[in-house]
Design a protein around this ligand. Structure first.
Ligand SMILES: NC(=O)c1ccc[n+]([C@@H]2O[C@H](COP(=O)([O-])OP(=O)(O)OC[C@H]3O[C@@H](n4cnc5c(N)ncnc54)[C@H](OP(=O)(O)O)[C@@H]3O)[C@@H](O)[C@H]2O)c1
Length: 357
């Protein structure tokens, strides 16, 4: 019997991508897809062979309560940040009243449960956390760094898209203690328009976006907080971080370049061995040595692809991933697979589309 899944935020980009991935999943089946108003999803997601009819959040909550009373149920929140915590807090209270909250396995695709410290969350997102007590239940959902913790957890906060790119690019050399923390980590990333969600906005409108490129958040991007949190366990914890994101003229994908200060004596051979060893057994990280990945390699897949070069005392890492898959719904599904005891790769595409939009 398949495990039922209830999805909140089914009309959004990540909701639609999760529905697409679920269609090929061997162990999960959609029990309810929810939007605020309910109704057909065929206009929002014409790419789905069978687009479900969405129920309202109230109906979906009742469905979770009913399913949890007789076994395990998976819940995914693909909502704007702030909304996941509000909705999960209310549902968890009702589940606890019935003594069945342990039957619910939750993945949040928003930022609500990614930062351990509620004060850090407040400083980063500009509002007090709606559910500070719930924070301790969630593990950080980046399987390559937190696999063991995710496997034993019932709640995961899928890592952010730029945050995933930054951490996969920086983690091996930082974890090996080879970063010179007296100099800054400099990172530059370009994201496609799908990073801004499904709702049309001036910065996603085609005449403005196509053939155009611009930087934003010059004084700091929210996802830096996730990188800082991860580096806090390494000798690079005191290093300054300078990240500049850009909006690019494509739909899916992130291209990240990281310039990382190396400790004296670390050469390209040492850096290459460090990355190759770290990612040797990762099903969804592809290390190209001194090659540079492009978007075409990864778009549509759950893979991140990276290569490196060392010049003097600086390591340059280039990394690409699909923000909707490895940076979004694919990552969330990878976390669910681990929490539910499925094969980690179940339902997740390893191959890219080959042609990008
Ligand atoms: N896009 C990416 O590349 C990406 C990657 C990683 C993580 N994320 C995060 O994942 C979440 C979803 O992203 P997305 O790109 O799928 O966004 P999206 O396309 O804008 O979808 C948001 C969903 O939330 C619903 N919604 C909007 N306002 C709401 C509210 N006030 N209360 C409850 N529901 C509301 C919308 O449904 P209705 O309006 O139909 O009710 C829609 O289904 C966000 O937190 C985002 O930051 C996005």
């Amino acid at each position: 019997m398949k495990t039922p899944l209830v999805l909140f935020g089914a009309s959004g980009l990540l909701g639609g991508e999760l529905l697409r991935l679920l269609d090929a999943h061997p162990g999960l089946e959609l029990a309810a897809a929810a939007t605020r108003d309910g109704g057909s999803l065929s206009a929002a997601h014409p790419h789905l062979a069978v687009a479900p009819v969405a129920v309202t959040f109230d109906v979906a909550n009742e469905r979770v309560l009913e399913l949890a009373s007789s076994g395990t149920v998976a819940v995914a929140y693909a909502l704007p940040h702030g909304e996941s915590a509000r909705h999960w807090l209310a549902l968890r209270t009702r589940l606890r009243e019935r003594g069945v909250d342990a039957n619910v396995v939750v993945v949040d695709l928003a930022a609500d449960y990614r930062l351990r410290d509620p004060d850090e969350h407040h400083a980063t997102y500009g509002e007090a956390h709606a559910d500070p007590e719930g924070l301790h239940e969630f593990v950080y959902g980046l399987p390559e760094l937190q696999r063991v913790a995710i496997r034993g957890a019932r709640r995961a906060a899928a890592a952010g898209c730029f945050a995933t790119a930054m951490q996969l690019a920086v983690w091996p050399i930082a974890a090996a203690g080879l970063i010179d923390a007296s100099r800054p980590l400099v990172l530059s990333g370009i994201t496609g328009s799908s990073g801004s969600g499904a709702k049309p906005a001036p910065n996603t409108h085609h005449p403005h976006r196509a053939g155009n490129l611009w930087a934003y958040a010059l004084k700091g991007h929210r996802h830096e907080a996730e990188l800082r949190q991860t580096l806090s366990t390494t000798t690079a914890r005191s290093a300054a971080i300078a990240f500049v994101p850009h909006s690019g003229p494509f739909v899916r994908g992130i291209h990240l370049t990281a310039f990382l200060p190396l400790r004296a004596g670390v050469d390209e051979a040492k850096a290459t061995t460090t990355y190759a060893t770290c990612y040797a057994n990762e099903p969804f990280v592809e290390f190209l040595g001194d090659g540079a990945p492009d978007l075409r390699r990864v778009v549509g897949s759950n893979r991140a692809s990276l290569g490196l070069a060392v010049r003097g005392a600086t390591l340059t890492v280039c990394l690409t991933l699909d923000n909707i898959v490895k940076g979004g719904s694919g990552q969330a599904l990878q976390c669910l697979n681990l929490m539910l005891g499925f094969d980690e790769a179940a339902g997740l595409p390893r191959c890219g589309l080959g042609v990008t939009g």
